[in-house]
Ligand binder design. Structure first.
Ligand SMILES: Cc1ncc(COP(=O)(O)O)c(C=O)c1O
Length: 453
């Protein structure tokens, strides 16, 4: 790559193993991370790893989780643009580029999203020189819109919230009739699956080295696009005993029971079984109450004294303040619930993900303050006990048997036949060959990316 050429960006392998990036590029990327977030070399910071090539993660204190098992949370907030959703945004764009389907200067990129993917798309397009239009509901946290616009993305808003994401898909299908518009369809396109299975899955496997028995007993992830949960496919390959739990808002339990309510966990619970969700490896669907996630976030953000009083080391309590968003709390509460449900012990590890950090949720805690009479420390102490320490193992739906998965396949048909996918294609997703075949394509794309840069 020449000095002044815009870097074409990393391969899947370089995202998993940033130590394999050419040293001068890596050094530049690490420097740009602090100095200039809009320098295109930041594409090479799309990784779970820190400058020492270690997965960014935290093992939650047991004074918070109340369970013997180790709850290991991988931290998405350190990705460029502030969430790991930049990974699928980049992967989808770069695959389109190397396939010759997306041409600079010619195409406008559409990003249907509830926020973070849209932020990722706006950011990646800024770095790679494309115009981005983010299609999202008009009732998400205001920090999301501000970030998209700050990166130069345009907004095309549809009515509603998290649970109205189907409207954004319909709008995308309408806009896509103009051949100048190219959607990065996170719910449908398999680069999202490839990124998370290869990069997130293998990073999770590395993350537990030296913790407990070094294996993963359970992985919990609340699907939005169901990209992240693809990490479970790789985890199961390495640790066949691992259980994968998809988490849903109790208020919008589409996979578990066909529920379709409004909820407060931005980024997840989109009232559908997404096309790229491999339900073959989803063992459980577990419901988490949205208010518990918002209150849980309040405790970790503002309850430092309460956590210290509960026995958490002061520096640890302090370090937790900005690491999570609402869906991160959902994933953590799901991990605790599953540790209880599966009767896991001190040698066992449950891995989960914090998609983003606190930076985009000030307004959510402001809103909590508005509708809550008292939030003094004694209230937070009560919440810590009720939400974390006394968490129950209820609302866990078992989908391990093939006949039970039928419900999930049917949901997928209901959601995707209307968008023109054939029953034959949907049926091909009923075998692991489909998913393994799609996964393996990351090698071909890596070759193409290397050739083209
Ligand atoms: C905050 C947040 N949490 C969780 C998710 C869900 O991740 P995934 O789309 O990979 O299922 C998203 C997706 O946008 C998100 O923005």
């Amino acid at each position: 790559m020449s000095e002044n050429k815009i870097p074409f960006g990393p391969t899947y392998e370089e995202m998993l193993h940033p130590e394999t990036i050419a040293p001068e590029i890596r050094a530049k990327a690490l420097k740009a991370k602090e100095a200039d977030e809009l320098d295109p070399v930041n594409l090479f910071n799309i990784t779970w790893k820190d400058e020492d090539n270690q997965v960014r993660k935290i093992v939650l204190p047991k004074e918070i989780t109340g369970v013997d098992a180790n709850i290991v949370v991988m931290l998405g907030t350190y990705f460029p643009s502030g969430s790991h959703k930049v990974g699928p945004a980049y992967s989808t764009l770069i695959e389109g580029c190397v396939d010759g389907e997306i041409i600079p200067g010619e195409h406008t990129i559409l990003g249907p999203s509830t926020g973070n993917f849209g932020i990722g798309v706006a950011y990646i397009c800024r770095l790679m020189g494309y115009k981005a239009v983010v299609i999202m509901p008009d009732n998400m946290s205001k920090e999301r819109y501000e970030r998209i616009q700050a990166y130069g993305g345009e907004l095309d808003l549809t009515p509603g919230t998290e649970s109205d994401v189907i409207l954004t898909l319909q709008r995308t299908y309408e806009l896509k009739k103009n051949p100048k518009n190219k959607p990065l369809a996170q719910f449908e396109l398999l680069p999202n699956y490839r990124f998370h299975r290869y990069v997130t899955g293998n990073s999770a496997i590395e993350a537990v080295k030296g913790i407990g028995n070094g294996r993963i007993a359970c992985f919990t992830s609340a699907p939005g696009s169901a990209g992240t949960i693809a990490a479970g496919d790789e985890i199961k390959k390495a640790f066949p005993e691992a259980k994968i739990a998809a988490l849903e808002p109790y208020e919008c339990s589409t996979l578990a029971t066909g529920g379709r309510g409004q909820h407060r966990i931005e980024g997840i619970g989109d009232k559908m079984c997404t096309l790229i969700h491999n339900v073959l490896t989803t063992d459980f669907v577990t419901l988490i109450k949205d208010e518990d996630c918002v209150r849980g976030l309040k405790i970790l953000k503002d309850g430092t004294d309460v956590l210290i009083k509960a026995g958490v080391a002061p520096e640890v309590a302090q370090s937790l303040k900005n690491l999570f968003g609402v869906s991160g709390l959902c994933n953590i509460l799901g991990a605790i619930k599953m540790a209880k449900f599966l009767r896991l012990g001190p040698e066992d590890n449950v891995v989960t993900i914090a998609t983003d950090g606190f930076d985009r949720y000030n307004s959510v805690l402001d809103e909590l303050a508005h509708r809550t009479l008292e939030m003094e420390d004694f209230v937070l102490e009560r919440w810590l006990k009720d939400i974390f320490l006394d968490a129950d193992d209820k609302h866990v739906y078992d989908f391990r048997r093939m006949d039970l998965k039928e419900q999930l396949f049917q949901q997928k048909e209901k959601d995707w036949l209307p968008f023109g996918y054939s029953l034959e294609y949907l049926n091909s997703m009923r075998t692991m060959e489909f998913w393994d075949g799609e996964y393996e394509k990351y090698r071909e794309y890596d070759e193409k990316i290397k050739q083209m840069r």
